[in-house]
Design a protein around this ligand. Sequence first.
Ligand code: SAH
Length: 250
Amino acid sequence: MKVYFIGAGPGDPELITVKGKKAIERSGYCIYAGSLINPDILKYCRMDSKKYNSASMTLEEIISVMEEAKVKNEDVARVHTGDPSIYGAIQEQMTELDKRGIDYEVIPGVSSFLAAASALKQELTLPGVSQTVVITRIEGKTPVPTTEKLEKLAETKATLCIFLSIKEINKVVSVLKPIYGESCPAAIVYKASWKDEKVIISNLANIADEAIHGHIEKTAIILVGNVLSKNFEYSKLYDKHFSHAYRQET
Ligand code: SAH
């Protein structure tokens, strides 16, 4: 018996890994993050599997379902949105499983910031512009350490992928504008990879107004950075003047 923490991907049910899908298919129990998971993912569940929506459950309730599965010697598919290591609240579940000697494995998934980059047809690391991607959020009920406040991270001028913050878009913009500049490109991807995905491509001067007019209030990633201007140097990787271990100069 094992608990599988599975990254279901950002929404499109085809964006789950083969390994994640197989684990869902064979598990007798499925505990899924109902607020964000595409219900189509649940079609992969075994016909007779017991399904629980974790959105309305406490940690204790989730763990007790896992304990029940252990007694019945059934695997558990614990299905999280995107990749479970990003704002997934999996660490506490794993700590509780350690205490009970219940075996588990983490199966990664496509995080929503990667689906957002895909929707924008955008590389997040462009030579001469930015070689760093920052995954962050504005403080909500979960505090953000002072050393990681958006104004501090902004000093890097790196590509920012801001989760869980669309409701605070005005605050995000007011913090970033003095550092990145009003004309710095910014984008919002709502429900990346879902059928009702929406994309806004703008700049820091206008993005907040556009999000508000577009009624985008949840399930969105904010991307900010000069990579979005696509003004960059071509990479050395495929440059004919450079050789490397896999390709000799001709
Ligand atoms: N583990 C998830 C993130 C969970 S936190 C992942 O790797 O993607 C929930 C936040 O993720 C949302 O508030 C939103 O900022 C973002 N999010 C999740 N799914 C999304 C999607 N399909 N499109 C855009 N943002 C999404």
